[in-house]
Design a protein around this ligand. Structure first.
Ligand SMILES: Nc1nc2c(c(=O)[nH]1)N[C@H]1C(S)=C(S)[C@@H](COP(=O)(O)OP(=O)(O)OC[C@H]3O[C@@H](n4cnc5c(=O)[nH]c(N)nc54)[C@H](O)[C@@H]3O)O[C@H]1N2
Ligand SMILES: Nc1nc2c(c(=O)[nH]1)N[C@H]1C(S)=C(S)[C@@H](COP(=O)(O)OP(=O)(O)OC[C@H]3O[C@@H](n4cnc5c(=O)[nH]c(N)nc54)[C@H](O)[C@@H]3O)O[C@H]1N2
Ligand code: SF4
Ligand SMILES: [Mo]
Length: 761
């Protein structure tokens, strides 16, 4: 099918940067197929013209040397041969159907579904999974956010009650293991950080072992010992209780269970815990008082604590800090945001993995246990895998074991734009059109009180040989025989009447047909694509699933959608919202919330926050017997494996030439350690962990404390040189990490806490 493009050559074309979850709106000028010139899109409702320096490098993604241009099939000797799409779809469908028929569809595991900016394809992937009966899935959120989601579920009744911080208006902003200057995570991050830092009436607080760019701007930098956040956070909470700095009205009117946590926090020895965290007691007390005194506080916890010891407990303690001080459901504080579509894996509550019985949170299998669910003779093991827009052979802990697991699969299918480390192990590789060659959108819509959504139109024709994911999944679903022409006959007629009768009659027909043929509901994205999609304006068939999402969004938040300026009831409201998405290339504000909305979104029976979480209170009590100052003398360093820098963008940019600074991806070391080990700036050092060993170029940096070392995220990728020979650039962090180093509850990895030895090389 011909893909429509909105604008002409030479014009500024609206799209988004896809190098982090922020997806700033940008405008691009093309030079042939090259993304030649960039500027921030001032009409984008969230980014308002803001970008960081990385957006300028997007052509390295679009025109990479290792872009895939044909479906590939593995030969017995491990090399690949190009095959046509028809063969590829037929064989992939047949092989996966074979696995399903022999072992059940649940033995086909799905991983990924979108990276930093492309979540539309994953929606269609759900149809392929449904066609196969594949029920287990995961993605990168199970390496970072599942512990936090679980805590949200305990506090607010449902893991979907995800909170958003209002840093722009907060009197105090607290960043815990988060460096937004580099990693962003909220709109126009650097502008907001500078405002916070420059205003004497406001305060920026950072908890980070390293003096990051954000910490350097902070009013208070709690430079914790790596991995000791549970001590720091519980000491802060203990000060609130022991100095009676609690918001008693909020706690009494809005929460349950305070007495239980008060008892635990009252006993915590503040001076001792501060010392274990490497902090002056006076500073901990001052920070707790500053938080308590503020009229509003917004917090952000990220990988520094989520990928470190006590990950889930840290999430709990961080949330208690804003709850006990009443910084919830109000301006400048924390609120429960709306969403256009979820990013979880679906499925019921209380599910466990089939082999190890590990907890599945928001439908996501813990990333670190995936190899254990494959490398076993257990009859319920995963036998096949579909990997879409993700690179688990590189991004999951313990790459060696992950590779072994991927090799043990009967069938591995990878859908990607580039020849990744995971694709190299696949039986079939299906080449996707890039995010500038198809309709695309991010589902990282996490803002409150105004939430935003941008539907991006293609600005380039698809690279020959590639297909957009919606079309790949449509073909797979059809080849699997999950949908018949008969199933769609009436809906095609209804679609044909949309031009004259509008979409409301189509919606009614859709619900009638899916009620009659219930198997079609799980296949809805492909059903919509083949019916409604064919009559959407501008060749936007791939946005048909978004029409479904817009309908659900309007049904879930009718008042908030109306406040955003949309009119109508029921399907009409969803339709208006969808029309706006398609016709507003800079993106739209899709919900506007009142602060009371946060309370209405809670899913506890009495709409109160449940403060006491027994499992985590037990872990909190047990901290007394632990000392983060103790280290294994064999591995005296703590290595943070995977720092975000201005030279990193996960693995979206594979060509090392995009990096203008820090080209080798340096191992950062404190001056005292470098001097003691006799390692000069720019020299090579060997890093050895219990799992592996690697050589890196050293950068001596006084931002690190002694005993702490740091490697960047997303390096160690294989990329062809000018003669097509693969070269590996930098250290792949997960050659050094181990799958057993993970949170006991959520299974999240300890990438930021890897015991290591460092020597001159
Ligand atoms: N430039 C850039 N931006 C990105 C990305 C990228 O690759 N490059 N990736 C995006 C993605 S996928 C994500 S999830 C976010 C992540 O965003 P962040 O979580 O901000 O990123 P990191 O640099 O991995 O970790 C944050 C901080 O944790 C600190 N840290 C390490 N150990 C500890 C510890 O024990 N305690 C505490 N308190 N802090 C510790 C590190 O010093 C670091 O400053 O970034 C997004 N943005
Ligand atoms: N040691 C260590 N490991 C980490 C981290 C760490 O800090 N340290 N961070 C973790 C975190 S927070 C994250 S989010 C993960 C990220 O790791 P992954 O989930 O593996 O995601 P990305 O590195 O973003 O890779 C995305 C893939 O999508 C492909 N792609 C891009 N556009 C398209 C498209 O349009 N269609 C398709 N089909 N494919 C496309 C890219 O080529 C790339 O292969 O890594 C995790 N791993
Ligand atoms: S990398 Fe992130 S913050 Fe920077 S321009 Fe891209 S989307 Fe915006
Ligand atoms: Mo991430």
């Amino acid at each position: 099918m011909k893909i429509y493009m909105r604008t002409q050559d030479g014009a500024w074309q609206k799209t988004a940067c896809i190098l982090c979850s922020q997806n700033c709106g940008i405008e691009v000028q093309l030079d042939g197929r090259r993304l030649a010139r960039f500027r921030g899109d001032r009409a984008h409702p969230a980014s308002q013209g803001y970008t960081c320096e990385k957006a300028l490098r997007l052509d390295s993604y679009q025109n990479a040397r290792d872009r895939l241009t044909s479906p590939l099939r593995r030969r017995p000797d491990g090399t690949f041969e190009a095959i046509d799409w028809e063969t590829a779809i037929r064989e992939v469908a047949a092989r996966l159907a074979g696995v399903r028929d022999r072992h059940g569809g649940e033995s086909i595991f799905y991983y990924g579904g979108g990276a930093q900016g492309n979540h539309l394809g994953g929606a269609y992937g759900r149809a392929t999974r449904a066609a196969l009966g594949s029920t287990y899935s995961s993605n990168a959120l199970a390496q970072e956010k599942t512990g936090e989601f679980w805590v949200d579920g305990q506090l607010y009744g449902r893991p979907r009650c995800h909170t958003s911080g209002d840093y722009e208006h907060a009197e105090v902003a607290l960043f815990v293991g988060k460096n937004p200057w580099q990693s962003h995570g909220f709109p126009r991050a650097r502008v907001t950080l500078k405002e916070l830092s420059g205003d004497p009436k406001r305060a920026l607080i950072v908890i980070d072992p390293r003096r990051t760019e954000t910490a350097a701007l902070a009013d208070f930098h709690l430079q914790v010992r790596p991995g000791s956040d549970a001590f720091c956070l519980s000491a802060l909470l203990a000060v609130l209780v022991q100095e009676d700095l609690i918001d008693h009205d909020f706690v009494r009117d809005r929460t349950n269970g305070f007495a239980i946590i008060e008892e635990v926090l009252a006993k915590i020895p503040v001076a001792d815990y501060a010392a274990r965290a490497g902090l002056p007691e006076a500073q901990v007390r001052e920070v707790a008082r500053r938080i308590a005194r503020a009229s509003s506080v917004a917090t952000y916890e990220d990988l520094g604590v989520q990928q470190a010891p006590h990950s889930t407990l840290n999430s709990y303690l961080e949330k208690l800090l804003y709850l006990l001080t009443g910084n919830f459901a109000k301006r400048g504080a924390m609120n429960v945001h709306s969403r256009m579509a979820g990013l979880g894996g679906g499925g019921g509550i209380g599910r466990k993995t089939p082999v190890g019985g590990h907890r599945i949170i928001t439908g996501l299998v813990p990333a670190n246990v995936i190899p254990d669910e494959i490398l076993t003779d257990h009859p319920k093991r995963f036998r096949a895998m579909i990997v879409e827009s993700s690179n688990p052979a590189h991004s999951l802990a313990d790459s060696q074991r992950m590779r072994e697991a991927l090799r043990a699969l009967e069938t591995l299918v990878v859908i990607d734009v580039a020849m990744t480390e995971t694709a190299q192990l696949a039986h079939y590789v299906l080449p996707a059109a890039s995010q500038f060659e198809k309709w695309e959108a991010t589902f990282f819509n996490l803002e409150f009180p105004r939430n935003y959504f941008q539907l991006r139109a293609p600005i380039l024709e698809a690279l020959p040989g590639t297909l957009a994911e919606p079309e790949i999944h449509r073909r797979l679903v059809r080849a699997l025989g999950a949908i018949s022409d008969d199933d769609l006959a009436e809906l095609k007629v209804a679609a044909g009447r949309v031009a004259t009768e509008g979409r409301a009659q189509f919606a009614a027909e859709f619900f009638r047909v899916t009620a009659e043929r219930p198997h079609l509901m799980a296949l809805a994205p492909v059903v919509l694509y083949e019916t409604l999609g064919q009559v959407l304006p501008e060749g936007a068939a791939a946005t048909a699933a978004l029409w479904g999402a817009a309908q659900i969004c309007a049904m879930t938040y009718p008042e908030s959608v109306k406040r955003a300026g949309f009119e109508g009831f029921g399907p009409e409201l969803g339709d208006r919202l969808f029309d706006a998405l398609v016709s507003t290339p800079s993106g739209v504000t899709f919900t506007v919330d009142e602060y009371e909305e946060t309370w209405r979104r809670l899913d506890t029976p009495d709409k109160r926050v449940r403060l006491a979480i027994p499992e985590l209170l037990e872990e909190l009590r047990a901290l007394a017997g632990e000392d983060p100052r103790r280290r294994d003398p064999e591995y005296p360093f703590v290595l943070a494996a995977g720092e975000r820098r201005s030279s990193t963008a996960n693995t979206a940019l594979r060509d090392p030439a995009w990096r203008k600074k820090d080209t080798a991806g340096a191992l950062r070391l404190a001056p005292a350690d470098a001097a003691r080990l006799g390692i000069a700036d720019g020299a090579r050092a060997r890093v050895t962990t219990r799992r592996g060993s690697a050589v890196a170029i050293v950068e001596i940096s006084d931002t690190l404390q002694p005993g702490h070392a740091s490697l960047p995220n997303g390096l160690g990728l294989s990329y062809p040189d000018a003669d097509g020979r693969p070269q590996i650039h930098g250290v792949a962090p997960n050659e050094l990490t181990a799958s057993e180093d993970r949170d006991w509850l959520a299974g999240t990895p300890w990438h930021k806490y890897v015991p290591a030895r460092i020597e001159p090389a």
